[in-house]
Design a binder for this molecule. Sequence first.
Ligand code: PLP
Length: 396
Amino acid sequence: MTSAKTGLRRATRMVRAGLHRSPNNETAEALYLNSGFVFNSAAEAEAAFKGENDVYMYARYGNPTVTTFEERLAALEGAQMCRATATGMAAIFASLACQLKSGDRVVAARELFGSCHHIVSKILPKWGVETVFVKGTDLAAWEAALSKPAKAVLLESPSNPMLDLVDVAAVAEMAHAAGATVIVDNVFATPLYQSPLALGADVVVYSATKHIDGHGRCLGGAVLGSTDWMNEHFIPFYRNTGPSMSPFNAWVMAKSLETLELRVDRMSATAATVADWLAEHDGIAQVRYPGRADHPQHALAKRQMTGFGSLVTLEVKGGKESAFKVLDSFGVIDLSNNLGDAKSLACHPATTTHSKLPVEERLDCGITDGVIRISVGLEHPDDLTEDLAQALAAAS
Ligand SMILES: *Cc1c(COP(=O)(O)O)cnc(C)c1O
């Protein structure tokens, strides 16, 4: 990691950390679009394969452009080590699979991104791993589930799409007492607004596809943790199973980190404006935004987050029919299940991202047929509230 750069302030680190200029002295980070590397001698190759020197060998293990992205993200997260992956799901799957064996037990919040839920509910049990879901907001449920030994805990906060929070510090304490490694999917908070490692978690995972790229171009993911944990568990799995990030995507992601703070701060300020505007509207049954005093866990949000993010979830009156009318009437906001983009995007979780959940479970999570999730982008706030106004009028 670029220790010379770590004393600098965050905004500076985001444009300076991980920069290793080639002898050509290019200003911007070079893109090393290569898979292989040559050795200067047979002895150097022998030493590399023994792990005795620190040279690039093969891009599945590491590539200079990927290293730039990893060092820059680690400097933002305050983590000792980062490895970039091809997608967010590759990061999450590898962070679990690298440490689990048959007979182990995993405790997870039930409010997980759909594919994470699939890994915990469908894939891990096939391999003899016992998995238990708990309601993420319910500390008594975590306590009961963690009264028996566990190997890993997986949670997401704020969660998709209802923006429920998990008390990361409280759960980490119980998880550690049960012997578990705590993995936090920090996508919705972004590295700017929540630092799970400082709250007691062991591993942070990202889909870099979302706010980190932020322009809807590339898939990517990242796993961050201590050097000890990464070297013992993650690195051998990563090197031998191959979820590595492409150098091109790493170059896009590293450059995107330079503007992450500017983009996400603006998007979150607009999201707060949109949430307040929606709360005043007659056609709305409920608005969810962790920054609003009426969010059920606003006190916890203020305690464990330094900002409240770019996602706003609303429930329209009139169920699926109204929700579909609103979605089909948008003129500026696009319909997409993606998020964290410069363009505002909206989706209907009940029939898309969460359609595979059993109905009772979906409703128990609060995902009714009237729920719409909006990922607020970089458009002018007035254009978004005007678009919402005309769409809600068309639906009423
Ligand atoms: C998108 C997302 C993922 C999966 O990331 P991919 O890059 O699509 O593989 C995981 N968790 C959360 C919270 C997400 O939003």
